[in-house]
Design a protein around this ligand. Structure first.
Ligand SMILES: CC(C)(COP(=O)(O)OP(=O)(O)OC[C@H]1O[C@@H](n2cnc3c(N)ncnc32)[C@H](O)[C@@H]1OP(=O)(O)O)[C@@H](O)C(=O)NCCC(=O)NCCS
Length: 206
């Protein structure tokens, strides 16, 4: 019996590793619940959301989506794929994360982090990390390969960050392409999201 009541929970849970720790199971379940609620708003909650080989959620045909969970919080973002080139979402709990400071910022990103008061550095690094995670999730279904934190360079902008690709991701998203990543703190959670506008489709010329 599906405890959360959306009808596909048992099928989805069966895909988790049988020795998955309770926190992993909780995050997975909360993320799926958020995703099904979001799909229902589009009238497309019509099957289980399984996972691909890189753990990416497999959405119904014609849907772009993304899931994130942290502790007892989960969020999902979905959109018709004829309206967007991809969407990504991420939440992170406020925490000291010295390892992120070593891994995430590019050298030019350190310039604006260090120009801010020292007591804000941890939250800026965490927001930058979250924004880059949402970039990864938005692009993974297009590029189907891993790319690291160095692939995009972000600067603070109203409502989040202005991102510039530093590496080519694909022919429509070459190095130099810009887009906006939303980012906001709510209490001790930071939420980031990316909704890529749909690239113009050019038909064959006569
Ligand atoms: C894959 C990754 C983004 C997941 O993020 P996380 O902080 O561990 O966890 P979150 O709760 O935010 O997100 C987990 C959800 O992301 C989704 N996800 C996992 N892998 C994914 C992928 N390859 N593509 C899209 N979504 C993915 C899943 O829905 C997953 O939840 P689930 O397994 O319960 O379904 C992260 O582990 C990672 O590999 N990051 C490095 C790559 C990167 O960020 N590069 C920066 C580019 S500028």
């Amino acid at each position: 019996m599906d405890a959360l009541g959306y009808g596909f929970e048992d099928i989805e849970l069966a895909t988790l590793h049988e020795r998955a720790v309770p926190s992993r199971v909780l995050g997975f379940r909360l993320g799926r619940l958020a995703a099904h609620r979001a799909l229902r708003q589009l009238g497309r909650d019509d099957g289980p959301i399984l996972s691909g080989t890189a753990r990416e959620p497999l959405w119904p045909p014609g849907i772009a989506g993304s899931i994130s969970h942290a502790g007892t919080n989960a969020v999902a973002l979905v959109a018709p794929s004829d309206h967007t080139d991809g969407v990504g979402i991420d939440i992170e709990e406020r925490r000291p994360a010295p390892e992120l400071a070593e891994q995430v910022p590019r050298s030019e990103e350190w310039d604006w982090i260090q120009a801010s008061p020292r007591e804000r550095h941890d939250e800026l690094v965490l927001a930058l990390f979250s924004a880059k995670e949402s970039i990864f999730k938005a692009f993974y279904p297009r590029v189907e390969r891993f790319f690291g934190f160095e692939a995009a360079s972000l600067v603070p902008a109203p409502g989040g960050f202005r991102a510039r690709l530093v590496s080519d991701l694909d022919s429509e998203y070459p190095a130099g392409r810009h887009f906006h990543v939303g980012c906001r703190w709510r209490g001790d959670l930071v939420l980031s999201w990316l909704i890529l506008p749909q690239s113009e489709v050019t038909g064959p010329t006569a």
